[in-house]
Design a protein around this ligand. Structure first.
Ligand code: PMP
Length: 313
């Protein structure tokens, strides 16, 4: 079964989905995208798409920022995604990448008077960060882009140059991931993850006005912490030095899952091992995304219809 893409209103083999080299988004970063996980549940032989509508609602907000008008509602894009995943037939975890972009083949920096288009691809994704062993981080010499530069609340392709500069710098210095500060010196987020600290038994995470992407995993973890562990999260400005004195720290993200941070700027976090709160949140999170917790099944969209299951078995 070849990998498929939804491209120019059709399902086509991925190899046939091509865009011209003059495409506006390729030159100017004028696109916004999503990363959505499909999580394979072995017992149920089902692939659950996690919070898929929330992802498309966030993408449509990004489209508003970029003046991208798509002829689809969030619900319609969810249905197209289910069809694409079902057609692709994976029996393992997948990563889904929808992208809305300025599709005109035109030179000239602007957002107006351009055509818009949208595609979806589905692929497998190797482990992004080591969620089992934990990661070592540095604070980046690059600062997070400000809302007055490119709004970080949109998952805008051009913004990822900022993330890529920070990620490569961190990797070349021997760290797994970078933590970016804002221009005012407060903590913002990782190159592709939100960050949480455990301080005095409470969770602390940077607030939306600190140039973060409003992560869906971030929201998931806050809800699980409150409902299942009775732990509240303070969304507020976080000082750099609070990173060093935290009892625990972890990243959240669709690609990164819940990834424990064991060291920041050569300082051990807590006792340098994965903390209790992080471990329990990880356990809850993995159970929920695989559709194994009935209380949170409303977040999980099955990709395979019964018909397909019957045909396969
Ligand atoms: N921040 C950035 C910059 C990201 O790219 C991501 C990944 N989408 C996140 C945070 C985490 O967001 P989510 O949990 O919705 O994947």
């Amino acid at each position: 079964m070849p990998p498929y893409a939804y491209f120019r209103k059709q399902f086509v083999p991925l190899a046939e989905a091509k865009i011209g080299i003059l495409t506006h988004a390729l030159h100017y970063g004028t696109a916004c995208f999503e990363g959505i996980r499909g999580n394979w549940n072995d017992e149920q032989e089902q692939l659950f798409l996690f919070r898929v509508k929330d992802h498309y609602e966030r993408m449509l907000k990004g489209c508003r920022i970029l003046k991208i008008n798509l002829p689809y509602s969030a619900d319609e894009m969810c249905q197209l995604t289910v069809k694409l995943v079902e057609k692709s037939g994976y029996r393992e975890d997948v990563y889904i990448r929808p992208l809305a972009y300025k599709s005109s083949e035109a030179i000239g920096v602007r957002l107006h008077n351009l055509d818009d288009d949208f595609f979806i691809i589905v692929a497998t994704l190797p482990a992004y960060l080591d969620a089992e062993e934990g990661v070592r981080c540095c604070t980046s010499s690059w600062r997070r882009v400000d809302d007055t530069m490119i709004p970080a609340r949109g998952k805008i392709t051009g913004i990822y140059v900022n993330s890529a500069l920070a990620k490569t710098e961190a990797n070349e210095l021997g760290f797994d991931e970078a933590i970016l500060l804002n221009h005012d010196g407060h903590v913002s987020e990782g190159s592709g993850e939100n960050i949480f600290l455990v301080l005095g038994g409470k969770l602390v995470t940077p607030q939306s006005s600190d140039n973060i992407l409003m992560g869906i995993t971030r929201d998931t973890v806050m809800q699980l912490a409150r409902n299942e562990m009775g732990i509240e999260t303070a969304e507020r400005s976080v000082d750099r030095s609070e990173l060093y004195v935290a009892d625990e720290a972890f990243f959240t993200g669709t690609a990164a899952h819940v990834s424990p941070i064991l060291e920041i700027d050569h300082r051990r976090i807590g006792n340098g091992e994965i903390g209790k709160v992080t471990k329990e949140l990880q356990r809850l999170y993995f159970e929920v995304i695989k559709g194994k917790n009935p209380k949170y099944l409303h977040w999980c969209t099955p990709a395979y219809s019964k018909l397909v299951k019957t045909r396969q078995s």
